[in-house]
Design a protein around this ligand. Structure first.
Ligand code: GAR
Length: 215
């Protein structure tokens, strides 16, 4: 078996959520934090969009909500250096990308190695990228779903932590399929973060092992 590259910390975590839109996954994470299901606090919500509904909801609920304007930076690398500074200043343990529609630079991916996870609305490695519910319907697959994975420099390609499958129905539209997948996203994203801070996630090669509760 491959050597252990990473074992998640067992601790009360400090989480950052990055988002660009609606923020329903952010809300699912926040609810799990509020319920105590995830042993963590949300130390930062960051967006590249000033008017992202998720950012406004975070601000309303009194969280530290930061808009960083990409237009204020000459290069993507400069932007991501500023992003990393926001993360490090708050001693964030784990960044959760939740509909953050900006590709992270390789330098930021490297700085956040095993400290950043993403949710993607397809069963990776099928259908990376955008408009993936449409692509799943057009391809004719019978099953789709969602994936929580570690962030790596290659987009939508890091080690897979959890997946959930849903059927693709013959009369599905992009919207009906997206809604079915989203319900599963709201279930497995908090579950992955819960396992992370229980110290139960181990990476060997490109495989992730979920360890038992007493491990
Ligand atoms: C979610 O479906 C998420 O999986 C997707 O954006 C949506 C955000 O919704 N992310 C990606 O497509 C990333 N490649 P939300 O803002 O309500 O959480």
């Amino acid at each position: 078996m491959d050597e252990v590259l990473f074992r998640s910390p067992r601790k009360r975590g400090r989480v950052a959520v990055f988002l660009s839109g609606r923020g329903s996954n952010f809300l699912a994470l926040r609810e799990a934090v509020d319920r105590g299901t995830i042993d963590a606090e949300i130390a930062l919500v960051l967006s590249n969009k000033a008017d992202a509904p998720g950012l406004l909801k975070a601000r309303e609920s009194g969280l530290d909500a930061v808009f960083l304007d990409p237009k204020a930076f000459a290069a993507r690398e400069d932007y991501d250096r500023a992003v990393l500074a926001e993360v490090e200043r708050r001693r964030v343990d784990l960044v959760c990308l939740a509909g953050y529609m900006k590709v992270l630079t390789p330098a930021l991916c490297e700085a956040l190695r095993h400290r950043a996870v993403n949710i993607h609305p397809a069963l990776l490695p099928s259908f990376p990228g955008l408009h993936v519910q449409r692509k799943a319907i057009d391809w004719g697959v019978r099953v789709s779903g969602c994936t929580v994975h570690f962030v790596a420099a290659e987009v939508d390609a890091g080690p897979i932590i959890l997946q959930a499958a849903v059927p693709v129905l013959q009369d599905d539209t992009e919207e009906t399929l997206a809604a079915r997948i989203l319900a599963e996203e709201h279930r497995i994203y908090p579950e992955a973060v819960r396992l992370y801070f229980q110290g139960r996630i181990e990476v060997r090669g490109r495989r992730v092992f979920i360890l038992g509760p007493g491990a």
